[in-house]
Write a protein that binds this ligand. Sequence first.
Ligand code: LLP
Length: 415
Amino acid sequence: MAYYSQTTDFYKGNDPKELLVKFGSPLYVYSEEILRQKARDMKNLAELPNFQSNYSVKANSNVSLLKIIHEEGLYADAMSPGEILALEAAGFEHEKIFYVANNVSAEEMKFALDRGIIVSVDSLDQLDQFGRIADGLEVAIRFNPGVGAGHSEKVVTGGKKTKFGVSMDDIDKVKEILTRNKTTLIGINQHIGSLYMEKDPFLAAVKNLLEIAKSFKGLKIIDFGGGFGIPYKKQTGQEPLDIASLKAEFTEVLKEWMAETGETPLFKIEPGRYVVAESSILLGTVHAVKDNAGTTYVGTDLGFNVLARPMMYDSHHDIEVYPNDGRALGQEFEQTVVGNICESGDIMAKGRLLPEIKTGDTLGVMDAGAYGFSMSSNYNNRLKPAEVLIRADGSVKLIRKMDNYESLLINMLNL
Ligand code: LLP
């Protein structure tokens, strides 16, 4: 079994089991070094002075991690007032934030506009609503690129069957609303979906949006969205997205468009997963192992309240076994790793080939940094885990406290 954590020197000498003893189980552990490296990959995805990478906060909104991403020079896109507040806490200047919201209230839109944050609207309805409220509004519009991509139909955001964006067929209606409300269109954006491992769907959508851009002269921003995938199946040799060739082609397409149109807008992307996913391993503890009608169940504290992706999208996360008793890992056989939530669907890995796991062992769930903690919940009144950061020098810093029973009940009112 190939150990990703060893090849990347993830723990830097820290023992996973000891981390759990110190900070509680389960625990999200982050690597500062990997986070910085991935942030740099995305910051430079196009080699142009008018290119900017906006980290998509929904993937992970821990303020300490946001600070590092800010230090690396990325900008950010936010989806809600809560995400804007996290970015402010991490030191992001308002001009570095793009509010790419979806079906928001007027109050939420005002929250961003009052701060001078550039906003995007997702429908003709909201373009009209906010244009009528805000005099001289400057706004970006999210178009639906008509093509989509992603690892699950639940996260494909482009194409006719999704709720997102304004259709390209509505460009005339867009122009009519802009003129009627004296609204200025400053940008256009899109997002085709999340987690693609090939460059082609992204590049096709880029070309498509650049075509739309020709209908609106003088745009300041053209934003191509996120979705860049990471290899979740490293243990079976899955290759990463070929960033170098994507970069070369993407840069070329943008240069050609600028040469043809004579315009130099700010080009943006909005990566979330790529920046944070591989920077984290989720640790948990094995509390019971049993055999039920021929299936070996490994019972852990890694329920879908902690990491929802396997339950929600049948997502695969590689798992590493750290034996509690120092034994050598044995032959692999099929085991089903489950959590401690009262639902049969609470499965982290079904029939997975793993060396024999014993009660008391620690498990590491790989690539847990994106849509891990940010989608965790208090279901079954369980406590959300702590988060720690392993710094480049190997020291460990607590970056989020574990919930406690007081915080769990804090908003509960007694009749
Ligand atoms: N921009 C917009 C407008 C988005 O809706 C998203 C993700 C992104 C950028 C960033 O996409 P990324 O680079 O992270 O793929 N919970 C799912 C993924 C949901 C993605 C939602 N939107 C998962 O765990 O796979």
